[in-house]
Design a protein around this ligand. Structure first.
Ligand code: ARG
Length: 268
């Protein structure tokens, strides 16, 4: 009788131990990620609009992956903070809504921290600045903003370049058309539907390498025209402070400069 009893107690002990193991495993997984992944590494989802070389794009000849300056920067910062990054491609105009809907943890998309956007999302410090460029086919005869009179000018939906076009339109009378993706703007110029487009200079220069019939000039007024890029987060996200800290460390220790040289080339 006693034997049976101790056997019973033994087996209860074993079952108990197994159960305990199970729970501890579960809780380890449960705490594993804000991004919803459970493989030990914490995963953050980055939203971007992968139409913007060298910031973010897909080099279809090489792979399906989204690569670029923003992707490298996100991964470098996240790694320092113990996160892995998963990249999601969304039209530029849908990025802020995606943050607000909780679909992405942050956005790196060469996005400029405007007052309007700050009402809906928080931003890191600026990590890169560029300028607006008027891009045209070489034979367009457009050499100044004034030459845009009567022309059709393309911009990306929801970009600050769209705002810039509306502003310029107040003094020079031209028609503004918008498209979701930058390559669409390039295509419309090549097919003659657009006479020009407003695109950030670093991005435009990248396109010139392949699109030999295109050229461009910077809109030359004050530095206020600079299109700075910053990382966007949901309002009150705890990530903003951490990302900013690492970003500023990278500015100081030269890591950011290294990425700039890698993706934008030497002369800045
Ligand atoms: N800097 C501009 C803006 O914030 C354009 C950014 C477009 N980015 C992109 N990935 N297409 O409006």
């Amino acid at each position: 009788m006693k034997k049976w009893l101790s056997l019973l107690m033994m087996s209860m002990l074993v079952v108990g131990m197994l159960a305990a193991c199970g729970t501890s495993d579960d809780s380890a997984n449960g705490s594993a990620g804000e991004g919803g992944k459970t493989e030990g590494e914490k995963v953050l989802t980055m939203g971007t609009s992968a139409d913007y070389p060298p910031f973010e794009y897909i080099d279809t000849a090489k792979s399906e992956d989204i690569i670029g300056f923003d992707v490298d920067l996100a991964k470098a910062i996240a790694k320092e903070l113990g996160y892995e990054v998963k990249v999601q491609d969304i039209d530029f105009n849908g990025l802020i809504p995606a943050i607000q809907a909780g679909k992405v943890d942050f956005v790196l998309a060469g996005m400029t921290p405007t007052e309007e956007r700050k009402k809906n999302v928080d931003f890191s410090d600026i990590y890169y600045t560029a300028k607006h460029m008027i891009v045209t086919p070489k034979d367009s005869g457009i050499k100044t903003v004034e030459d845009l009179k009567g022309k059709t000018v393309g911009v990306q939906v929801g970009s600050i370049q769209e705002g810039k076009a509306e502003e310029l339109k107040k003094t020079v009378d031209f028609k503004v058309e918008n498209r979701n993706r930058i390559p669409e703007l390039v295509q419309e110029m090549k097919s003659g539907r657009f006479d020009a487009a407003i695109i950030e200079d670093t991005v435009a220069k990248g396109f010139f390498e392949k699109e030999k019939e295109l050229t461009g000039f910077n809109i030359s007024d004050a530095s206020a025209d600079e299109a700075g890029s910053a990382i966007a987060f949901p309002k009150e996200s705890k990530l903003t402070k951490d990302f900013n800290r690492v970003l500023n460390e990278m500015k100081e220790n030269g890591e950011l400069e290294k990425l700039i040289v890698k993706w934008f080339g030497g002369e800045q």
